[in-house]
Ligand binder design. Sequence first.
Ligand code: G3H
Ligand code: ZN
Length: 261
Amino acid sequence: MGAFNFYNLESLKSITKSADIKEKPVFAMVSEKAIEYAGLEEIIELTKAVKLKTKVDIYLHLDHGKDIELVKRCIKMGFDSVMFDGSALPIDQNIIISKDLCRIAHRNGVVFEAEIGRVGGKEDKVSSAIFKTDPRDAQKFFEEVKPDMLAVAIGNVHGPITANEELDFTLLAKIQDTIKAPLVLHGCSNRLPREYKVAISQGIVKINIDTELRQAFVRGVSTAIKKKISDPREILTIASDEMSEDIKEKIEIFSCEKLNC
Ligand code: G3H
Ligand code: ZN
């Protein structure tokens, strides 16, 4: 499934509109920074309202929750899915906290994602050098925590893509062979269609995209400004449509059965 970040009404609508047009369920994700910006209650109510008008399933997901209390609040307040990002912690500590949060999430019928290894790059409050997932660590982590989804680091990087950011599919295959679990790939902006397809064929069930959607949104705003449009509603509609185009393209690629879509 595609997992796309939002931070306001327009970006949320870009996601739900695209999912509706493509008739595919998606994750609509908010980071801690997006929550700080838009407000937790506002995000929850906005999503509830938008979901009522959407024909396909939209799963509200907390992306990279590092604040344990915030993860618990999101679980209690009706998120469909949460991620605890303990990737910066020593593995034993990551296991203890993830296990506890996973138990709370499951008690409340909420999907739980954890991370092992470190995705590189910088985005919102997440910043790290690449630290690829060790398959044995992933196995230990998966067996002890039993998350619904596990985010892995195979050379993927948050933020704008630069040269030499090869995805290590040999490592992904090893991880999948070892733990046979639903895996998540973060930092997936601007990858080649083939890369998404190979990742999916090797057990990736959730693909996170943010940066390229923000770029599309800003591109839309600047196009509108260049056209001397002054009505904010028109400006934001153009931005939201630009973002939608990108999301629709991604959903299409993720759901196409052929390797070269
Ligand atoms: O958690 C969000 C994603 O990993 C997005 O990464 O901004 O590089 O697309 P991205
Ligand atoms: Zn991420």
